[in-house]
Ligand binder design. Sequence first.
Ligand code: ASP
Length: 317
Amino acid sequence: MTVASSTHHLLGLRGMSHNRLIGLLESAEQLLPIVRGDAEPRDTLEGRIVANLFLENSTRTRVSFTVAAQRLGATTVDLLGSSSSVSKGESLADTARNVAAMGVDAIVIRCSASGGAHLIAQEVDCPVLNAGDGTSEHPTQGLLDMLSLTQAVEKTDLSDLTIGITGDIVRSRVARSAAYAATCLGAHVVFIGPPAMAPSSLEGLLEGVEQNHGGSIAVCHNLDEAIPHLDAVMMLRVQFERGADVTSDYAAMYGLNADRASRLRKEAVVMHPGPINRGLELDDETADGPRSLILDQVSCGVAVRMAVLLEQLGARA
Ligand code: ASP
């Protein structure tokens, strides 16, 4: 058994050093032309095998890791929840140990257990990349959110930016990873939602985190009050599969529609990690409108995952 070290894996963004975060963003920025078709793919990771161990549903993240690995010349193998022995009762740790014993070079893990990625990292010798574990973290999502945002505002010092993360915060690994990354870049983050989804206790999320470069977190229950102050608004999906419930006025109170979006700052951008519940947290006009970075986030996701694979498999961009 090995002890999980913070840089041998990518388990989360909480406490990630500013240098490492900036380094990953810079590396991903250099790789973006490959994703956009403006540069040739590379063969840096030729001969390497990346195992996608996805025990929870995913569309974007699994495909994105696969495309990222293949653009660098690596091969991928997929082990999905319903077809893996975890569905026969094998433990997560046993499954991961078996996949590692086959000699794969990295394991990308998505699971419903918060802390599952840390658990696996203690069991295997190869790098473990967290692709979303329960409500804990989704680090490549946080990185891609920051790549997309820093590209839009053309700087990585976000200390004069206010980012509103809106919706089902309490069940969202995306909100946590985005908040850790954004505050590491100096941003002021406001969690916005009804008290059951955005409890005031979330203001303590950064307790014990040293790498916050002046960033801060506040909680607000009134989207209309927050809207004129936001430079970016990140809408979250209501996590129905994790027990979330909404009242009939949720969309009216916390949805971002064209009317609300018109009260955002002139340059403010709209983000969403996907999948979108259209008509609930976002209307079509806003999701597909000029402020939307949503498809750009998807492209940035491939570049970020390429950067992470290069970091973890020992090659530089
Ligand atoms: N795709 C993201 C996740 O895996 C966001 C979501 O599902 O709402 O957490």
